[in-house]
Design a protein. Sequence first.
Length: 458
Amino acid sequence: MSATPLPSRRLFLGMAAAVPLAMTGAVTVGGQVASAATGSPYVMCYFTESRAGLGTNYGLHLAVSTDALQWMPLNQNNPVATPTLGEGGLRDPFILTKQDGTFVVMATDLKGTDWTRKSQYIHVWDSADLRSFDNYRLLKLHDMPTHTWAPEAFWDASRGQYGIIYSAVNSSGHNVIMVNYTTDFLTVTSPQAFFDPGYDVIDGSLAVGVNGVNYLYFKGHNSLTGAKSTSLEPGSFRQFTSGLAPQGGIEAPILAQANGTWYLWGDANAVFYAWQTTDLSTGTWTATDRRVYTQPLNTKHAGIQPIPQSVYDNMVAKWGKPAWNRLKSYNFPDRFWRQADSIGRIDQYPFDPYTDSEWKLVPGLADASGVSFQSISDPTRYLRHSYYQLRLDANDGTTTFAKDATFHKTAGLADSSWSSFRSHNYPDRYIRHYDYLLRIDPISTAGAKADATFFVGF
């Protein structure tokens, strides 16, 4: 939401390489201090957008994870709450665990991508359990002729109040990070400039009280940049890093800690990147392997929060698991299985129709101990091999089709924590990609093993 490129916001919190996001004691997550035991599950809130708009929805979506690496969308990736006031849609949701253990949900009041809209409000819900969302309201943060983008909140112990930070245009004509204070998310103090480096900045994400220092990452000049302060006072933060971005720019930073490792996430046109460091004070980051995290389907500008196991269990019980899976390539982790013109292939995420990448893994048509890949968008059709190439065809009921469409899941040939799929009727052959097309081949070389290894997720 800015006049600059890449106008969506906060990214989901995924984590990295063999380091689970499991917290011990009191740690800072997304601008607040949250206490979670090792192995705590997590909730992510987000809205959805897809390239051609087929998966776009400006309601509140939730996903859960036991490791904050691989996420499971709830409610079949449909919204669990939809704004009815203001602009009638949301962007940039954020969940805060309050001091009493209940939750508050905040979001930008905007439906779509018309950045000229200037709502002075944010959407707010209260929730005891993240299954019901109560006391829905608009909360006005200022009277200025400007927007109120990407709200995030933190507990300021010295004030005994919560701070709500967000992006708005100041009197000098550029975006700054503003702050209001509140005790109840019903009324707020007058707005103040929280961070203004003299140029356009949006999307603030805080890490509070890290060895006596507070860190703020933000989008500026189409990159993710860090500032720090020994206090949380408005105006006290000073920039201390240069910008971090892939080619083309990035936005929507999220900071999170996992077992002594810090992660910085950003959104580059709906593709999420992550970096990591063991010491925030250095301002130096190393890219995180994309194999170890997977963003939920069509997610945009998300927030993350550790939750009790009971909250996780009750959320899954209410909304259930997705009826579909997605399969990610091991050696091209930015690509997923899909069908295009009935041909099986791996393509770069994101794409539309996004349903081309959703598969229901059902008992094998020829052998129930195996698996067949049923199309979600057309349940009469299955992936089968024909002349060794995979294609999507209607089940004709023949024994040949059943055998061609049946595969046996094994430990991944390149990584045993992933999966490979052996052909039922050509047991010396496995599904692999070649020139991005899916086919079955004998596998012997290290490269072919990597081609034949996939992650089954959502």
